[in-house]
Design a protein around this ligand. Structure first.
Ligand SMILES: Cc1cc2nc3c(=O)[nH]c(=O)nc-3n(C[C@H](O)[C@H](O)[C@H](O)COP(=O)(O)O)c2cc1C
Length: 433
């Protein structure tokens, strides 16, 4: 190609900030450190050009970005719930049914969305939820999320099924590292994780209690999806259709020594040895004695995730648990389970100040978060909102997802006539009749 034409093309791409992988291939400098930092080279590796991220206005745009980049099997694994997907839809519908009853003519020129949680000031009322297998979405996704959380001044929860060592995430998560825990049939295996999390400095131990058995996720079977990831002809075709994921995620793992594994699983667990699906390792015999035992072992904040009734919330308080997450696992476990936002007020009334109540499942907008806090939650965990962001755009995506929550919370507070969460209470809402 004549030099003049090449120059013109480059100039055009620069001016219009075109995401032009072809131009990238033609003109990318060799992968030296400087070239690797350029947006065009990064686009080749699967990151969206900056202009694309600036065209992301909400979670659904971010989800679209992730849908285009991820193999179908991985997108569905993150996106779907179980069986008929009723719980996933209900989580959103229940939040949307609640309306604001805003106050006006109230000076809102100065606003502050920080909260105090477990005695510490947090910049925003959100926490990143544990999402097992996040590393399939993006190379070292948990590290990207931890950096974004640290920058935003919020905690991050690392799943038992994370693919990055908890110590590495702990080092990045300077605004709080929480550790999620599953219970194995052999309790000693779970206790290994507890001890390791303690050494890594976890602020919170979060025992998930809504996974006594695995749920029925037919989409995973249909797509040949397994966690950890295994290659089948169907998966190979799926990957071939998503070259950006292949380059930016799979190739990087291969260069680093193979597909991601559950590196935090305890020594000797069936999962670690055979790579068997997570469900085969979980314990259906989980009971309140386990809660008692873990309470005695863990000296810092102990939390149950997946509490869905006032009776169980009271029982958790009786067992010395510090906090609960009212959750239906983002609709991924029991299909048809009530939306957590609907049972939240009853649970808050049942436990009063005895334990701290958090909530998750379906939170996509800052306004949803304000509704939850108005109903008595102290903070909201977000799962897919930040996971899709990292899946679509890596660490910049995670920063953007949190920034969108921040802006929306701020705007909602202002439009509701509130200057901080001290002004937010049930009077601000009209519940569905
Ligand atoms: C891909 C994915 C993996 C998840 N893995 C776990 C897990 O390993 N442990 C757990 O307690 N919750 C897990 N969850 C549930 C989340 O912690 C959280 O409860 C849920 O995502 C909240 O709903 P949302 O995605 O609508 O925000 C997972 C969720 C997703 C989307």
């Amino acid at each position: 190609m004549p030099a003049r034409r090449k120059g013109l093309l480059l100039e055009k791409a620069r001016r219009r900030k075109i995401d032009a992988p072809a131009a990238g291939i033609l003109f990318a400098a060799p992968p030296c450190a400087r070239a690797r930092k350029s947006p065009r080279w990064r686009a080749l590796l699967g990151e969206p050009m900056p202009y694309r991220l600036s065209r992301v206005y909400n979670h659904w745009d971010m989800r679209d970005l992730a849908r285009r980049r991820l193999p179908r099997a991985i997108f569905d694994y993150v996106d779907y719930g179980s069986e008929e997907n009723v719980a996933v839809r209900d989580n959103r519908a229940a939040l949307e049914r609640i309306k604001f009853r805003p106050r006006t003519v109230n000076d809102v020129s100065k606003r502050d969305q920080s909260i105090t949680l477990f005695g510490k000031r947090r910049a925003m009322p959100i926490v990143i939820a544990p999402t097992g297998g996040a590393g399939l979405c993006w190379y070292d996704a948990e590290v990207c999320l931890a950096r974004a959380a640290a920058k935003a001044g919020i905690p991050i929860t690392i799943a038992t099924a994370a693919t990055v060592p908890m110590e590495r995430v702990a080092a990045e998560a300077t605004s709080g590292y929480w550790q999620q825990l599953y219970l194995w049939n052999d309790r000693a295996l779970s206790h290994q994780i507890v001890e390791r999390a303690d050494r890594a400095g976890a602020e919170v131990l979060m025992l998930t209690v809504d996974t006594a058995v695995g749920s029925n996720r037919e989409h995973n079977a249909r797509n040949d999806f397994s966690n950890p990831f295994k290659m089948t002809p169907r998966i190979a075709c799926d990957i071939a259709k998503h070259p950006r994921w292949l380059l930016a995620t799979m190739a990087r793992y291969m260069l680093a020594g193979g597909m991601p594994r559950f590196v935090n699983y305890p020594e000797g667990s069936q999962m670690r040895v055979t790579g068997a699906p997570i469900q085969q390792s979980l314990s259906p015999s989980i009971n309140w004695n386990d809660v008692k035992e873990l309470r005695a072992r863990w000296k810092r904040i102990f939390m149950l995730k997946g509490v869905a009734s006032p009776e169980d919330a009271r029982r958790a308080a009786d067992h010395g648990v510090d906090a609960i997450v009212v959750s239906n696992h983002g609709g991924r476990q029991l299909d048809g389970a009530e939306a957590p936002i609907e049972v939240l007020p009853e649970i808050v009334d049942a436990v009063g100040d005895r334990i701290t109540v958090l909530v998750d499942s379906g939170y996509r907008r800052g306004g949803d978060v304000v509704k939850a806090l108005a109903l008595g939650a102290k903070a909201v965990l977000v799962g897919r909102a930040t996971l899709f962001a990292v899946a679509g755009a890596g660490e910049p995506g995670a920063h953007r997802a949190i920034a969108m929550f921040r802006d929306e919370i701020d705007r909602t507070l202002a439009l509701c006539g509130c200057t901080s969460f001290a002004d937010v209470n049930r009077a601000l809402l009209r519940m569905p009749r």
